[in-house]
Design a binder for this molecule. Structure first.
Ligand code: PLP
Length: 365
């Protein structure tokens, strides 16, 4: 057999594949457990909005048809929500798809992308997959060091990724400081502002970044229905950007990248503000519950603006394994350069309770 290595660029061979959270079904197979809770992938613990489920049922008879490749109705709803024309919106198969499209449009061997240490794993992945140079800037107190990120920009830099709030650390940036930063980035760099957790920001700390794209021609804001909107399985997200940028994205976008069930469910979920508000409140209470629990156990944590929190548990692989045996899946973050931490997604109150009890047990052994 031909050695495949001769057929494949070195930058593809050098990719470290994305490590997803362990699926419940996998742990069930491995340990024969049936009462498993997953606090590993920042999913909404409430289950989907009933409005989304209803919309999916109504759309089932049309499954033989291709979806609307232009996502007209969902874009129209987003257009109204954000007061942006529909051609300023690009839909994606998850917001991950938007990050990939950005890399396809702007990156290739010989150019570079800047992102922060401890930031979302897809930024180095998407950069590496295009053969572009990765510039990882050391974090500051686990958050983005914007001044250092700006200083790291080179003449060949084309993209900068900013996650706000950041996953996995949960840090967030003051809105005014962030917009001033975006305005200060040199003209040869496009900023991708990844706001997968935007909807969890507490009242008074909202980011009005959807409107920023009108003022900043090289800004792309990405958001998702996977987290607070509770539709992770469907894979649907969107990017807000000027039409000149959207036009470029549409050139690399797969023709039917968002499926028809995702389109109708996302549209319905967008209209269910009560679900979103309840999710936000429940998450705030759950974060408090986890922080109080960590303090009781003497476990340090990084304050979080998302629906997850990183706790410094010491021997993280050992604690992770002990939690698995107790039927609780959390997320190791050693691949994010945080070997002593685990990331815990905020669950329902009883799930958080069960996790804290198991953590107490795991730290004793
Ligand atoms: C979860 C997540 C995403 C992407 O999620 P999708 O399901 O693809 O929309 C993007 N960025 C960050 C920081 C995330 O945590």
């Amino acid at each position: 057999m031909t050695d495949l290595k001769y057929l494949v660029p070195e930058y593809i061979q050098a990719i470290n594949p994305y490590l997803p959270g362990k699926p419940i079904s996998e742990l069930a197979r491995e340990l024969g457990l049936d009462d498993i809770i997953k606090l590993a992938s920042n999913e909404n613990p409430r289950g989907p909005s009933p409005a989304a489920v209803k919309a999916i049922h109504a759309a089932l008879p049309e499954l033989t048809r291709y979806p609307d490749g232009n996502g007209f109705e969902l874009k129209a709803a987003l257009s109204t929500r954000y007061d942006l024309p529909a051609d300023w919106i690009v839909l994606g198969n998850g917001s991950n798809d938007l990050l990939e499209m950005a890399s396809l449009v702007f990156l290739h061997p010989g150019v570079s992308a800047v992102y922060s240490q401890h930031a979302f794993a897809v930024y180095p992945l998407a950069t590496q997959a295009r053969g572009a140079t990765r510039i990882e800037v050391p974090a500051r107190e686990f958050g983005h060091d914007l001044a250092a990120m700006k200083a790291a920009i080179r003449p060949d830099t084309r993209l900068m990724f900013i996650a706000n709030p950041n996953n996995p650390t949960g840090t967030s940036i003051d809105p005014a400081a962030l917009e001033a930063f975006v305005a200060s980035v040199p003209e040869h760099v496009v900023v991708v502002l990844d706001e997968a957790y935007n909807e969890y920001l507490p009242a008074g700390h909202e980011m009005h970044s959807a409107g920023w794209v009108k003022r900043h021609p090289r800004l792309i804001v990405t958001r998702t229905f996977s987290k607070a909107y509770g539709l992770a399985a469907l894979r649907v997200g969107y990017g807000l950007m000027r039409p000149e940028l959207a036009d470029l994205f549409n050139r690399v976008r797969q023709p039917f990248n968002v499926n028809s069930l995702a389109l109708v469910a996302a549209h319905a979920a967008l209209g269910d503000q009560a679900y979103l508000e309840a999710s936000r409140c429940e998450n705030a209470a759950g974060l408090k519950q986890l922080m109080t629990g960590f303090e009781k156990l003497g476990v340090a944590y990084i304050p979080s603006a998302g629906n997850f929190i990183c706790a410094k548990v010491g021997d993280a692989p050992k604690v992770y394994q002990a939690l698995l045996k107790a039927g609780i899946i959390v997320r190791p973050v050693s691949n994010y350069g945080m070997p002593e931490y685990l990331r815990i997604t905020v669950g329902l109150a009883e799930e958080n309770e069960r996790f804290l009890a198991a953590l107490a047990g795991a730290r004793k052994v």
